[in-house]
Write a protein that binds this ligand. Structure first.
Ligand SMILES: [Zn+2]
Length: 372
């Protein structure tokens, strides 16, 4: 039996369970390798411990094309469905008692609106439509303050991928930015935070393909503080029961947050928009069960870009294979989409059968308190 001794990568450590699967070029064979590796990862990951606390915070309700979110499966004629986009905050303590804070999906909602795709959507739809569908639900800094986490307490930020993201106000720039700070570099709101990002994702920004262009704000990455970037390659353990696993497909540099909690293992990413898309045999969204059964597929992809469709399918199966079942309903898994399908009277035929609304775990103690 293989042992997995993680080599150090700065303050975080590499995970090797899925390395063989990741190298396999044939998608069918890769799927088998992922399924084979998953039980070993689960057993090992549970042994790494648990964070102290996980909280989830709503950021924005937004419209999203039904044919992207539910790919070819939904039969609803409604062109847009609703997604709630959320931030997950994870806090843990290092063995020396030092506290660590990770933000997953801390979207700067105000700047994300400038993404070419959203700008185009606003031009092509009446303002009443946008008002009805798009609603801000809170911002990153206010949410952190509401639970007593200071902006200076944040060690890491990360996103499943960089679609729509503009991180300049979080980690700062080295040059003035004409739109935010014309006379001086943009100051970092999260002064200690480093952005953990797959190297493949960061590098794709330097040479976008036409299929990628509508979804990125590449120009905003040109003068970020380099010391605030932490590029990684593949799977890493960041803290006790806190990992990022590469899950390419939606984008080539996609990764998934994986956490071990009192209810078992959870995962979160944007590979699907509802947990029932991982177990469509239990979905009551019209079309999902019939489509996946007719085509003998076990997942329904979030399909706005499809940079690598078979790879995204396999990443969804990886997520399926490592998480535990939901306590509230065993037909569904502890997979929380970072943008989760939300029922709306404007989108008949797209109401989710089951929603998580977040990952919640543990108790939040003041930063200064030392665990005994
Ligand atoms: Zn995306």
């Amino acid at each position: 039996m293989a042992t997995h001794v993680p080599p150090p990568v700065g303050e975080i450590t590499a995970i090797s369970h899925f390395a063989t699967a990741a190298r396999e070029p044939q998608p069918g064979r890769q799927l088998d390798l992922i399924r084979e590796a998953a039980p070993g990862f689960r057993a090992w990951f549970r042994g790494t411990g648990m964070p102290d606390w996980i909280g989830t915070f709503d950021l924005v309700l937004l419209p999203y094309p039904t044919r992207f979110g539910l790919f070819r499966a939904a039969i609803s004629p409604t062109p847009y469905l609703s997604l709630t986009h959320r931030m997950v905050v994870v806090r843990w303590r290092e063995p020396d008692g030092k506290s660590r804070v990770l933000l997953f999906e801390p979207t700067d909602v105000e700047l994300a609106r400038r993404t070419p795709y959203f700008a185009r959507l606003r031009e092509s739809t009446p303002p009443a439509f946008e008002r009805a569908f798009a609603r801000p639900l809170g911002d990153v800094v206010s949410h952190l303050r509401s639970v007593g986490i200071d902006t200076g307490d944040v060690d890491w930020i990360t996103f499943d991928h960089l679609h729509t993201q503009d991180v300049r106000r979080w980690i700062g720039t080295t040059e003035p930015a004409h739109d935010l700070s014309p006379n001086a570099p943009v100051a970092a709101t999260l002064p200690r935070a480093r952005l953990i990002v797959q190297r493949a994702e960061l590098e794709s920004l330097a040479a976008l393909h036409p299929l990628q262009v509508p979804w990125y704000q590449a120009a905003t990455y040109s003068s970020l503080r380099q010391d605030a970037l932490l590029p990684i390659d593949g799977d890493v353990l960041i803290g006790p029961g806190v990992a990022l696993l590469a899950s390419p497909g939606h984008t080539i540099g996609n990764h998934t947050l994986v956490v071990n909690t009192e209810t078992g293992i959870w995962a979160s990413s944007e590979n699907v928009i509802a947990t029932e898309c991982l177990t469509p045999e239990h979905s009551r969204i019209p079309g999902l069960r019939r489509y996946t059964s007719a085509w003998e597929q076990e997942v329904v992809l979030n399909a706005n870009t499809l940079e690598d469709t078979a790879r995204q399918y396999n990443s969804c199966v990886l997520e399926k294979s490592i998480v535990d079942v939901a306590r509230a309903d065993s037909r569904f898994l502890q997979f929380m989409p970072s943008s989760e399908l939300t029922g709306s009277i404007l989108s008949p035929g797209t109401s989710p059968t089951f929603t998580h609304s977040g990952i919640f775990h543990g108790t939040l103690t003041p930063t200064g308190a030392v665990a005994r």
